[in-house]
Design a protein around this ligand. Structure first.
Ligand code: FES
Ligand code: FES
Length: 195
């Protein structure tokens, strides 16, 4: 039984090594996908280092795990929400080294060594200018999309402190709100840009 397991493992490592070499040589996407498929089939775990909200973390985890589930299930940071799972709604938005990203489509391996900021770590007391403007404009309704909206808005203001209306619309375009709070989101970003 043990020999069978060892043979399986040996077979796997040989496959990975062979495919890795072929992928590098041929640089073909379909071969790379085969490599990923093998990883998924065997549920390979890896030690991955991250800094999340300023705290260093080492996780022993399947490298393909989406960051959203790392945050929610492994680190108990549940501010980022699952909406679509295909990078189309923005509910899961967090910052990767300061840039807004969709955590549902970010494999944890792609963030190794990086700094992740979630809504929980955006400010110490919930007093980031965007958060204050959100309260001032009473933006939230059901609240489900709001962490993602705020993280996108905060990333925008970091790179573009005085955005035009068009820049706000473009930056926030991928964040969907079923409650239709778009006008108040826009107004809050304007207010935050003046602070
Ligand atoms: S859940 Fe990630 S973009 Fe919708
Ligand atoms: S506040 Fe309800 S989905 Fe945006």
């Amino acid at each position: 039984m043990r020999n069978t397991t060892e043979n399986e493992e040996l077979k796997y490592y040989k496959s990975v090594a062979l495919l890795s070499i072929i992928c590098i040589l041929a640089n073909q996407e379909n071969l790379f996908n085969n490599y990923q498929a093998i990883n998924q089939r065997f549920h390979i775990m890896a030690a991955i280092n991250l800094t999340v909200n300023g705290k260093k973390q080492t996780l022993n985890i399947d490298p393909n795990t989406p960051m959203l589930w790392v945050l929610r299930d492994h680190l108990n940071l549940v501010g980022a929400k699952y909406g679509c799972g295909i990078a189309a709604c923005g509910a899961c938005t967090v910052h990767l080294n300061g840039t807004a990203v969709r955590s549902c489509q970010l494999p944890v391996s792609a963030a190794a060594g990086s700094k992740i900021t979630t809504i929980e770590g955006l400010s110490e007391k919930g007093d980031h200018p965007v958060q204050k403007a959100w309260i001032e404009h009473d933006v939230s309704q059901c609240g489900y999309c709001q962490a993602g909206q705020i993280m996108s808005a905060a990333a925008l203001l970091k790179t573009t402190p005085k955005p035009t209306d068009e820049q706000i619309d473009n930056a926030m375009n991928g964040n969907i709100c079923r409650c239709g709070t778009y006008l108040r989101i826009h107004a809050a970003i304007k207010t935050a840009s003046k602070s």
